[in-house]
Structure formats: C-alpha cells, structure tokens
Design a protein. Structure first.
Length: 365
C-alpha cells in the first residue's frame, strides 16, 4: 500500500498559482447533479424513479475520485475522475433520489494522497481549497435553489470530511437548526465530542430528525484501521482548533445502518440492501492511474439476490460485517486489511433509501 501511495503523491509543494479556475455555482456545468440537468447519470432505473420536484432537497458531496499527482483536481471534464464522480452518483447519491432533489457540486477535490499520507501543509492546503468549493456551493444552493425546503446532507469519505466542517459553520447554523432532516456523513470517522461541540447528536432511532449518521465498514476480524492501521494518517477537522490535525481520534459517533442507533449487537441486514450497477463499455473506476475518462453508459442498478450479511458496531465504533457477501468481496481485497470503505454505500443502499423515507415521513406527520 505504501508503494501505491508513493506512486500517486505529488512531488511538488502546493502552489496557489496552480489554481486555474474558480467554480461558478450559478452555472449548471459546475454541478455533477442538479434537478433537470441533461446528460448526466442520475436517470430513472428499475429500483428508483426520480420523478417530479420533491419536497426535500439533498446536498450530496461525492468521495475522492482523483488520484493524479496534482494536489487538487480541476474542472477538466475529460479527466478520468469525472467517470468516478458519475459512478458515485449512481451507487451512492441515488439512494436519496426517490425522496429528494439531488444537488451534487463538482469541486476541486484533494487528491487521494493529500488525505492518506502525512503531507502536513500540502495536505491542509489541498483540503482547504476543496472545502472552499463545497462551502461556496452550499451557499449558492441555499440562496438560489433550496427555496426553504427541508434539507438532507449526504456524503462519503472526503465528502463527509468536508460536510463535517460545513456543519460547524456559523453562517449556516440557523439553517441546520431549523431545516436539517439528517446528515449522512458516511465513511469518514467522526468524533462524538465534535458533535457535542456543535450541539448535534448521532442517530438514536430510524426516525429522529436533525441526527447525524456515520459508519465505517470493515470485515470481521479487521484490525483497528481507524486508529492504528491503514487510516492512521487521516486528517480530522478540529472545530475548537479551526484546523486539520493528525491527533489520535477519540470515541466515534457511529450508527448501525440496520437499527439506526448505536447498539453493539449483531443484526442481519434485510434483503434488498446491497446493490451493483450495470453499465456498458470500458470503465476506469478502479484504474487509479488512468488520466482520461471513457464515459461508460450506466444502464441500471440492481439488488444482489443472494445477499448474506450481518453487522454490528464494535467497541471502537467501526461497523463490523460478516457473511458470504463480505467473503466474496474480500477475496479481491489487495490491501489485506479487510477495510470495506469503498462498499460503505453499496452494501447498505437499500437500508439508506428506506431510512430517508422514514425520516421524511416522520417529519411530515
């Protein structure tokens, strides 16, 4: 794994003058998904129908899809990273699409090495640039698009890190206090003390509003990848320090996506949860050295029929999973650490889709 990180880490320092274009979120071309945008991947599938204007908006921030040796991506839509953005819209953001209008900004995401290696000032600068786009996109979303509707915040991985920080912004505090249905900040560790500082709480039931949902999925018997293993160099935003740090993270605010609370018992995942996309043509989703996109056609998403999966929250806050479904996935795990990070959404897509329905229905009642 270290050899891979070395191969994708920029060899130069972050330079402000390399930043070529600032986004204009009044222009739809800077949105990966926005209602009624043409020629994008969130179309009607067998499992989901986006239909007409919804009563709830979802602001979705996609995970890292950029692995090249620049500190941040740019808005060159021929880059392979934009195929990965579409893949994440189809396999992640789609879970919210039956209930919510999806707004997902393109942003100058930090390259993977900025998060997974200890590059200090370079990493911090790259993450700050990426976050500045997310903050500006959310500001534009509230001003021009939201029209006072209730809001769901949803994200994965790097996107969740940025949304953790977004929740701490004084500028949006009243909006989150009055309009937030839930924040699904999946796939990036989140300290309970961070939520305490913001007077927010982790989900306690399938229907509570204003709650935060976070989980990081691992296979059964995985070492503590959050504190001492593969993710030991992750950056955490400390609201009380107004900076990124590499400090050891404390108690996690975690949610089991079956019970939607923090109990530690094993629970079987109901059928029709794990999805896979169906697409045609060559793809570069997992070719991390690819530079050009291939524009594969997403034809559908489908449930895995022979799903066999159960999960529990471990004492360290990680979501442990076991069953033949996990066994099949881990046969292709080249890291050997049983980290199911890239499967966080696909394994629990059906659960997330059903849960956002529950929370919105409860709010309506």
């Amino acid at each position: 794994m270290d050899d891979f990180l070395d191969s994708i880490t920029p060899s130069h320092n972050f330079l402000e003058e390399e930043i070529k274009q600032n986004p204009d979120y009044n222009n739809q071309s800077f949105w990966a998904a926005i209602p009624k945008k043409e020629n994008f991947s969130l179309k009607d599938f067998q499992l989901i129908n986006y239909g007409d204007d919804k009563k709830v908006d979802c602001f979705f921030v996609h995970p890292t899809g950029y692995f090249l040796k620049q500190w941040n991506s740019d808005f060159n839509y021929d880059c392979a990273s934009y195929d990965r953005v579409n893949f994440n819209l189809v396999t992640q953001a789609s879970a919210y699409g039956e209930i919510c209008n999806i707004y997902a900004p393109h942003y100058r995401q930090a390259t993977y090495a900025a998060i997974a290696t200890n590059q200090k000032d370079n990493s911090h600068s790259a993450l700050n640039l990426a976050y500045s786009d997310i903050k500006e996109a959310f500001r534009c979303f509230i001003k021009n698009y939201n029209a006072h509707k209730p809001i769901v915040i949803a994200a994965h991985s790097q996107g969740s890190l940025h949304c953790q920080r977004l929740l701490a912004e004084d500028e949006f505090k009243e909006i989150f206090k009055t309009k937030l249905i839930a924040a699904y900040l999946i796939g990036y560790p989140l300290e309970k003390s961070y939520l305490d500082h913001l007077n927010l709480s982790v989900s306690k039931s399938p229907s509570d509003t204003g709650a935060v949902i976070q989980f990081c999925t691992v296979g059964s018997g995985a070492s503590n990848v959050t504190l001492g293993g593969f993710r030991k160099r992750l950056k955490f935003w400390k609201v009380d320090q107004d900076n990124f740090v590499l400090d050891k993270i404390g108690e996690l605010a975690s949610t089991n996506p079956v019970t939607w609370n923090s109990d530690h018992s094993w629970h079987p995942v109901p059928a029709n949860s794990f999805i896979m996309p169906k697409f045609g043509g060559k793809n570069v989703f997992f070719d991390y050295f690819a530079t050009s996109r291939t524009n594969p056609e997403f034809k559908d998403i489908r449930f895995i029929e022979d799903q066999n999966l159960e999960v529990r929250l471990r004492d360290d806050g990680l979501l442990e999973s076991r069953g033949t479904t996990v066994d099949r996935i881990l046969k292709k795990d080249f890291t050997g650490n049983k980290d199911l990070h890239i499967w966080d959404y696909q394994l629990f897509w059906g659960q997330i889709k059903q849960n956002i329905k529950q929370r919105v229905a409860f709010l309506s009642d």
